[in-house]
Design a protein around this ligand. Sequence first.
Ligand SMILES: [Zn+2]
Length: 343
Amino acid sequence: MESTSQVIHAAPADQPSSVHQIVERLFPAYTVDFGNVHLAGCRLEDRLFVRLDFRHGDQPLAVYLGPDGGELRRDRVDALGMTEVAQLEKPPQPFEPQLRQLVETGVRAATERCGDGRPLQLLTTTVLWCKFAEGKLRFAVGDHTADLPFADWARTLQPPPFVCPYTSASTFHVAATDDGRVVAAEQIDVCSETGRRVLVGELITCSATGRRAVAELMETCPVSEERVLRREMVACSTCRQPVSPTAIRRNQCAACRNLQPVSKADPRMARALDEHPPLDRWRNWRISETAKVYVLMATGWLRRLLVVVDKDSLDLKLLATGGRLFSGWHVVEPPQYDYVLRE
Ligand SMILES: [Zn+2]
């Protein structure tokens, strides 16, 4: 193959060539509530591509090679702006060994492609210097920051979406929660009780009111197991346990409305009687349970006994007596427990 030695240096005419141009391309894409975005480092590096112009018989042939020696497809050539170039007076950095290798690779590729016997001549070697941009965007709200790396050819660089480090949501709208986490703005919601700005997933819906609030203000109803604002919890008129208003009917919680006959041999009864032997004097027990307590009721000839026992510790949470024919209960204070149970 014949060859000439003409080497030209050039760069895509319209590629961003300064950090300032990178900033102009990236920053307008983002909105930062009560904060800003800035660069936390940006490097523009010239990387070497090659265009080899051949004559094959009477036909022109152009071969483009990337820095790694791979041949570029036409869409890549267009995307990097290699068809509209501006000539450079001098190369931005040393290039000889890399160029020699790329030319060898390109000539080999062209020779393989043009194996029909017609003469192949390398006319021009154009070294194309494409800028690669690499850096970090920093989103700042007050003293808190979050970084977003970027890396692409300067000409094709697009603003990358901010990926929320807490929710993985992608966005171009950045804001901070009240405790200073820099997150996707769409993922922020306001606690109806405290006004605190937190992540959507950190708010819990109260089943009684529909209001959404932070977890420390919520309670789990031991009867319905629904989440309820603590201040909305109401005491059952029978067991006196705080429950969700949705678990109450006729002033009673669902557990107290559903007492079932139980024998003393039932493991739950056996545990309670073992812990509180004086209860064994009572008969005709009925039982119900919530997530936290057993509600036990005994019925005698003249009186009824209501006992609420913690399921874990078996501590007495409530002791009350009532007449057999009246529905009300008289709550017994702890100092009188022994006296009442002995009767
Ligand atoms: Zn109850």
